[in-house]
Structures are given as structure tokens and as C-alpha cells.
Ligand binder design. Structure first.
Ligand code: PGA
Length: 252
């Protein structure tokens, strides 16, 4: 396994002022510099503030990613943001298929697979978010839902190779923003299901799989030390400099 991945998804929160405060507080903290070097840290501001975040993080080895991208190259697609534009302003990563985009905006598995492929063709590292709703979990459908979400990317031309190049974020929908994190052992069981699925489908088993859904300083270290969990995707707690730094500290 490589370095643990610690990603902060700020969703549609923030302003020039609050982002300046948040990142200044984080980078000027007296956190042991070893903690920063021994993990891979990525923040995902709203697209409009990516350049601002990059400026504030000059000299710090954190990555800045986007929360979404267009499935089109460029052209008459009002309001969309092209992968090439995200690269142009220095993004390295992009979230694809976050549950809020699947369930609130209505993105389908097929659209998400197109976005995943578009990200790779512009050398953005996609983080494919997958996960079941509470109803699906209660109906015993967790594995079949996840398999379907993964298969839409596997079905791309060279799909297995495409999955090898990305990161998977397992985020049970019922755990996102609810304070109801999955138990480390349950999350780990789903991660090992995903790893088995990889091996059955010619995907490299070492492709990173991170967990997201109500990660806090209280549960981060137990979750991240589970055998099949390679890091965390943090929403709410990534907007609080102390909490995010504590998460980095306890995982690194
Ligand atoms: P949460 O969000 O940590 O606030 O639950 C996680 C996410 O949406 O990625």
C-alpha cells in the first residue's frame, strides 16, 4: 500500500474570505511536518476557488482537485467545466460520481463513466465515488449496487486499465453528512468485497480504495488502519481546520 490518502471535500461551502482563513490556519499550524509528508493530502474546493486555494497552498505539498467535471471536451455547454480547464488551473484530481451528484443532480452510471474517462484523457486522477443507499443496504443489495457502479467504468474501452489508474471512494450514502459513520469492520468488509471484485475483473488489486461518510477525528484512525482501507474522504470535518489536521495527524 502507498501513502494513506486524506481528501477533504468542501462541497458548495466557502468564500474567498473563509477559504483564506481555513487554508492559512491549516498551513501555519505546528503539525509535525512528517505527518504531511507521510500522507497524500488533497482538498476539493468549489471550482471557482481552485486557483485561490492553489495560491494559498504554494510551498505545501498538498494537491487541489475539483468536485466535478463535464463529460464533454469543450464547446456550447453552458455552465459546464471542461477537464482541460481544470488541468489548466493546476488541478490534479477530480471527484466523479459523488453521491450528491448521483442522487440530487441525477447523474447516471453511464454519465459518470464518461466523466471518468474524460478525466483520464486529460491526466486528471479520478476518484470514483460509489456506495449504496440505506434502502439498498437494508434490502441486502450493497454488493450488487457497488458492482454495477464499478462495472459501468469497467465497460469502457480498456476499462480495467482505466480503473487501475484511479482511486475508488466507498461512501455509503446513509453515512454521508449524517454523523452515522459505517463501523470500521463493516466498511472494511465492503472494501475487501471491492478488492475481490477487482481480482475477478482483471483490475489491479492494489488500486487504492478510500472510505468516506462521517469521518471525524474520533473514528479516522480506526477506519484508516483497517486492512483494506487506504485513506479517507472527509466532508464536514474538512471545513474545520482543527478537525482536518487532527485527522491528518492520527492517520499519518
Ligand atoms: P461527510 O461527507 O464527511 O460530511 O459525511 C463525506 C463526503 O460527502 O464525501
Amino acid at each position: 500500500m502507498g501513502k494513506p490518502i486524506i481528501a477533504g471535500n468542501w462541497k458548495m461551502h466557502g468564500s474567498l474570505g473563509s477559504i483564506t482563513q481555513l487554508l492559512t490556519a491549516m498551513v501555519s499550524s505546528n503539525l509535525n511536518p512528517k505527518a504531511w509528508e507521510s500522507s497524500e493530502i488533497i482538498v476539493f474546493p468549489p471550482s471557482l476557488y481552485i486557483s485561490h486555494a492553489k495560491d494559498l497552498l504554494k510551498g505545501v505539498n498538498w494537491y487541489v482537485g475539483a468536485q466535478n467535471l463535464s463529460n464533454f471536451e469543450q464547446g456550447a455547454y453552458t455552465g459546464e467545466t471542461a477537464a482541460s480547464m481544470l488541468r489548466d488551473i493546476g488541478c490534479s484530481h477530480v471527484l466523479v460520481g459523488h453521491s450528491e451528484r448521483r442522487h440530487i443532480i441525477g447523474e447516471s452510471n453511464e454519465l459518470i463513466a464518461q466523466k471518468y474517462s474524460m478525466a483520464l484523457s486529460h491526466k486528471l486522477l479520478p476518484i470514483l465515488c460509489i456506495g449504496e443507499t440505506l434502502e439498498e443496504r437494508e434490502a441486502g443489495e450493497t454488493e450488487s449496487i457497488i458492482a454495477k457502479q464499478l462495472k459501468s467504468v469497467l465497460d469502457l474501452p480498456n476499462g480495467a486499465a482505466a480503473l487501475n489508474k484511479g482511486i475508488i471512494a466507498y461512501e455509503p450514502v446513509w453515512a454521508i453528512g449524517t454523523g452515522l459513520s459505517a463501523k470500521a469492520k463493516d466498511a472494511n468488509a465492503t472494501h475487501s468485497y471491492i478488492r475481490n471484485w477487482f481480482s475477478k475483473n482483471s483490475v489491479d488489486e492494489s488500486t487504492p480504495i478510500i472510505y468516506g461518510g462521517s469521518v471525524t477525528p474520533d473514528n479516522a484512525s480506526e477506519i484508516a488502519s483497517s486492512s483494506d482501507i487506504d485513506g479517507v474522504l472527509v466532508g464536514g470535518a474538512s471545513l474545520d481546520p482543527n478537525k482536518f489536521l487532527e485527522i491528518i495527524q492520527c492517520i499519518s
